[in-house]
Structures are given as C-alpha cells and as structure tokens.
Design a protein around this ligand. Structure first.
Ligand code: SAH
Ligand code: SF4
Ligand code: F3S
Length: 440
C-alpha cells in the first residue's frame, strides 16, 4: 500500500517554498499527498518568529492523536525545530523526526532511521548542500511560483531569531536558479517571486564569470520565454543597490511593488534594533525608487512596543507612515524571543500599551491601503488570473501592484493575463471589468 504524507507550513513564504520541496521529496520516495486527518506521515513545518510559536506546535502535535489513541508518524521541521532541537522529542514523545531548515533534504534518511525505532534529529546548518541534494522541481500547475534564491541572515536585528534559525547569509548559484526557473515555467508558472530572508543581498557569478547582484538575476530571468512577471521579497533597506533601483525603471517584467520593512520611524529605536537605516535614509531610499517607478506600490513591516519605545517614538512611526502612504503593510506587537539581545533589555513595554499602539498603527495603515486601492480605480492593467472566485464566472487575479482583483469573465482561464479596467475598490480587493468589453 502506498504511504501518504501531509505537509503543514507555518510562517513566511520561504517556509511555503520549503514545504513544497519537502512534498516533492516525499513524492520522489513514492508517497502520495493526503489530508492531515489520515496521512501516515505529518510534517509540521514550523515558524519561530513571534509569540509562543513553539507552544502552538506542541498543541498541533497533540491534535494529531487519533480517536483510537494512535498517531501518524510526525516530523517537526522549520525554525522551531532548529531552535528547540531535541527538546521537542523530549516534550512530545510522539514526534519521530526533528529536522532544521537547512537539513530537510535528509528527511527520507531520517524517516528510515525513525522507522527503525529511534528518534532522528538533524539541525545541521550547511544550506548550500541542501539545494544540491534536493530532487529536481516536479510538475506544478499554478501560474505563480516561489523560488528561494537566498537564505539566512547576517543582520542580527536585536529582536529577531532568523539569524539563529536559518544561519548565515548564502546565495544560491546562478546556474541552479536559471535551471529551476525554467523548470517552474515549464510547469506552468507565469510569475516567479524570488525569495530570501534578505533577498536583495543575493550575489553570485553568472555563466560568463561576471559578478551579479539581484538586478542581474532579474534581468536574466526577464529574458526567459513564458515568464511574464517577476517579484522579490523580503528586502533589507541596507542592501538596496542603485542597480536594483534602476531595474525597477527598466525591466518590464519586474512588477511595481516593493516590500521594504522599516520596523520603526524612531531613530533611537532603530538604533536599539540594530537596523542600519534611519527614518530619513529610509524615506530617501523610497524617493529614489519612486523617481524611477512613480506608480510603485510600497509595503513594509512594523514592530510596536520594542523595549524602551516611548509615546514620542511611536508618534515618529505614525509620522513615517503618513509620509510614505503604504499600499499595504504588516504590523506586529514586539515579542521577546529567547536568546535575542532585545529580550534582555530593560523597559519592556506593557501589553496594554502595545495593544493600543498596534490598533492606532493598523488603523492608519488600513486607511492608506484603502486609499491606495481607491486611487487605482480608473486604471487599466493586466491581472494574472490565479483562482476561481465565489460566484459563477468570477475569477480572481493580481494586479501589478499585488492587489486582488475580482472579475466576471467568460473565455478566460487561470494562468491567463487579462487586461481589465479597475472599476471599484474595497479595503482588501478591487473589482475589474475585461477591457475588451468597453470597446464592444
Ligand atoms: N528579513 C526580513 C523580515 C524577517 S521576519 C526583514 O529584515 O525585514 C518578518 C517580520 O517579522 C519582520 O520584518 C518584523 O517586522 C517581524 N518580527 C521579527 N521578529 C519579531 C519579534 N521578535 N517580535 C515582533 N515582530 C517581529
Ligand atoms: Fe531578522 Fe533583521 Fe535579518 Fe530581517 S534583517 S531576518 S528582521 S535579523
Ligand atoms: Fe518564521 Fe523561520 Fe520564516 S522563524 S518567518 S519560518 S524564517
């Protein structure tokens, strides 16, 4: 009988990518995908970035126990696996395998060890060898695909676990990325999002021996037949090169969208966070991007309630938000992470103050997002159709600015680029009409 597996990924897009590659590994082992409720093997691909993420994993493990008391084989992968290591199998004896983000290519081997009756653990860190050892990309049929080009982080922001869970910055080699992009396009991808914890720090030597940065890779990918759209995330303001900015004005396939986390608008807090930018240098950077691509949609990440954050510091964040007019953004309450410097800092902010600040910040960001969407009404653009909508004949696609656009249409299919006029805007999505109709 064929064995079945189920992968559940938490956290960032890089975990989604890793989850897909783990699934491909299991397929290569002859297993088939199934629901969590009846899979022989459940892989929990975990995230450690905020708040009691580890606790969530333990309760998820608990819920895997079936009515007859049995459990599937359980593998814990991802950043909690890296951070907690053997502690997981000690606290949750039903866990069979613990594997870190840089070692999951060894899952088949570890599963065999575990079937032999002993717990199997690998939290080794050589990211480079992982990619070389993974099976070639399989057939995927979605129009949008993720491609991890860079892993790890050397920035050591004082609140963040990523440098500890993902290890040092590495860039995947040029040839491997071009090959993987081609395989994704062959499998139906029309849009590729390049991923990295610091994706704009990617650098490598191309097939002609020239040093290339992310913009060079983007320019090469833009030449691949069949690929219509390129995006990248997440960037660090300190790695935003002139040539990458220039690419936004020159490469048609590079979508007018930039996710550039700032975290705070207070220079005092930015310094305590060990961010390499100030509020002013960040805003200046955005001006340079807007100069080459005036319609660019900007996105950011924010943390409220970092240790020592005063009302004044928080007002500086609101000022930066007002100056930027984000198209969308993510905002979080500071969460002390074990082992990070900020967790030891004096003057931790009480939860009620964090709640209040987060509410105010999110109200401002939501209003900006709605305003950005409203300002798009009247534009004509292509949308890449990604899925069916709730109503008959309705399809949902993404605009160049990463907005969801609903459209009622006949004769178009998922994976098509459809030219639409944007006719209505809500806080989270827009309505479009096929542009042809107007002419008729
Ligand atoms: N590499 C990216 C983001 C990594 S984590 C960058 O440098 O921006 C994604 C987001 O989670 C961060 O941008 C930050 O806003 C948030 N984050 C990270 N650690 C956090 C913590 N300890 N508490 C709250 N939010 C955190
Ligand atoms: Fe974390 Fe900072 Fe690295 Fe981003 S740049 S992953 S926030 S340490
Ligand atoms: Fe979470 Fe690890 Fe991504 S901590 S955000 S899964 S890098």
């Amino acid at each position: 009988m064929t064995q079945t597996y189920h992968v559940k990924s938490f956290g960032c897009q890089m975990n989604v990518y890793d989850g897909e590659r783990m699934a491909e590994l299991m397929e290569a082992e002859g297993m088939t995908a199934s629901d969590k409720a009846d899979a022989d093997l459940v892989i929990l691909n975990t995230c450690h970035i905020r708040e009691r993420a580890a606790e969530k994993v333990y309760s998820e493990i608990g819920r895997l126990r079936r009515e007859d008391g049995s459990t599937p084989m359980i593998a814990v992968a991802g950043c909690v696996a890296q951070a907690e290591g053997t502690e997981i199998a000690r606290r949750a004896p039903s866990v069979d395998v613990v594997v870190g983000p840089q070692a999951y290519h060894r899952l088949p081997e570890l599963l065999r060890e575990a079937k032999g009756g002993k717990k199997a653990l690998d939290t080794g860190m050589p990211a480079a060898s992982k990619f070389a050892a993974l099976p070639k990309r399989g057939v995927q049929t979605r129009p949008t695909a993720f491609l991890t080009v860079q892993e790890g982080c050397d920035k050591f922001c004082t609140y963040c676990v990523v440098p500890y869970t993902r290890g040092a910055e590495i860039s995947r080699p040029w040839g491997a990325l071009i090959d993987e992009a081609k395989a994704l396009i062959d499998g139906g991808a029309r849009e590729i999002t390049l991923l990295g914890q610091n994706v704009n720090a990617w650098e490598a030597v191309d097939d002609k021996g020239r040093a290339q940065g992310l913009d060079g890779l983007i320019r090469a990918l833009a030449e691949l037949p069949g690929l219509a759209r390129i995006r990248y995330t997440t960037s660090h303001p300190g790695d935003m090169s002139e040539s990458l900015i220039a690419a936004h004005g020159e490469v048609e396939a590079l979508m007018p969208f930039l996710h550039l986390p700032v975290q705070s608008g207070s220079d005092r807090i930015l310094k305590a966070m060990n961010r390499s930018h100030t509020a002013a240098s960040y805003l200046k950077l955005l001006d340079r991007v807007r100069a080459v691509r005036p319609d660019i949609a900007l996105s950011g990440d924010f943390i409220v309630g970092f240790p020592g954050e005063t009302d004044r510091d928080f007002e500086d964040t609101l000022t930066l938000v007002r100056a930027t007019r984000y198209a969308q953004a993510y905002s979080f309450k500071y969460s002390p992470r074990p082992g990070t410097p900020a967790a030891e800092m004096a003057d931790q902010i009480p939860p009620e103050i964090m709640d209040e600040r987060l509410q105010r910040l999110q109200a401002a960001l939501n209003a900006d997002q709605h305003a950005f969407n409203r300002a798009s009404v009247g534009r004509r653009c292509d949308i890449l159709l990604e899925r069916k909508g709730r109503k008959a004949r309705q399809l949902v696609g993404k605009s160049p600015w990463l907005q969801s656009v609903h459209v009622d249409v006949d004769g178009a299919a998922i994976g098509d680029l459809l030219t639409v006029d944007l006719v209505d805007a809500g806080p989270n999505s827009l309505a479009g009409e096929p542009a042809m109709r107007k002419a008729a």
